[in-house]
Design a protein around this ligand. Structure first.
Ligand SMILES: [Zn+2]
Length: 236
């Protein structure tokens, strides 16, 4: 069918009140000329202090080219599919993958309650490539150790062990100093998540390179808080 931005907007508002209690804020709607993506929710993302992403500046697109080969029901299901992405992102929720647990939960809820046929992928078509990388980076808690002999080391620590290791590392005479970070750099995802003390030797240049966009963790009033830091002032 032929679609227009006005049509998409009207359907968006209809499904917003029907399926999302009218809680979604209407984003800018546009028609795309994509031959690969039926629809797309784009947004900007920035790092919050706690290391999670903040999503903002959304836009919402449906491909007018691909819509030509779809009927009304398929176009509406595509709009709903993109609205689920938008619902998740605009509520600053973090799904387990591009179509993870949260997405499937919403999709199943809407399909059941409103007799829709929303699917995760359209047959023989990719979509929303730009959303794919949003959640696949694993965040690692990384302890960086400075040893008395001047060497550096790092270890990825299992979250359940952070408090324990924090105290433990401070009590080891060979360890002069420990800095704690939360990092999205894939480098640390290759490390085993340590539940026993064993570090990976690294030099300071490499640490600065790998931890350039990491956030520093600090202990404050019995909590671990995240703060911005300039890695170069800590490691030299
Ligand atoms: Zn999708």
């Amino acid at each position: 069918m032929d679609i227009s931005a006005a049509y998409i907007e009207e359907r968006f508002q209809h499904f917003n009140s029907l399926c999302f209690e009218g809680k979604l804020v209407l984003p800018p709607i546009r028609l795309s000329r994509s031959r690969r993506a039926l629809g797309q929710v784009r947004c900007m993302r920035s790092r919050r202090l706690d290391g999670m992403w903040k999503f903002c500046n959304f836009d919402f697109a449906i491909s007018e080219l691909l819509a030509k080969s779809m009927d009304e029901q398929q176009v509406d299901d595509t709009i709903l599919h993109e609205m689920i992405h938008y619902y998740i992102l605009s509520n600053q929720m973090h799904d387990t993958s591009a179509h993870g647990v949260l997405f499937k939960r919403e999709m199943n809820r809407i399909n059941r309650a409103f007799y829709r046929h929303i699917t995760i992928t359209h047959p023989a078509m990719d979509e929303e490539q730009s959303n794919e990388d949003i959640n696949d980076k694993r965040k690692n808690v990384v302890a960086v150790l400075r040893l008395r002999d001047g060497r550096w080391g790092a270890m990825a620590v299992a979250r359940t062990r952070v408090w324990e290791f924090w105290d433990l590392l401070e009590s080891i005479p060979d360890v002069m100093q420990t800095h704690w970070f939360i990092s999205c750099h894939p480098f640390f995802s290759h490390f085993p998540r340590r539940t026993t003390l064993k570090y990976h030797p690294m030099d300071s240049t490499d640490l600065i390179d790998k931890l350039g966009d990491a956030c520093l963790l600090m202990r404050k009033d019995g909590r671990i808080v995240v703060s911005k830091c300039d890695i170069k002032t800590l490691i030299r």
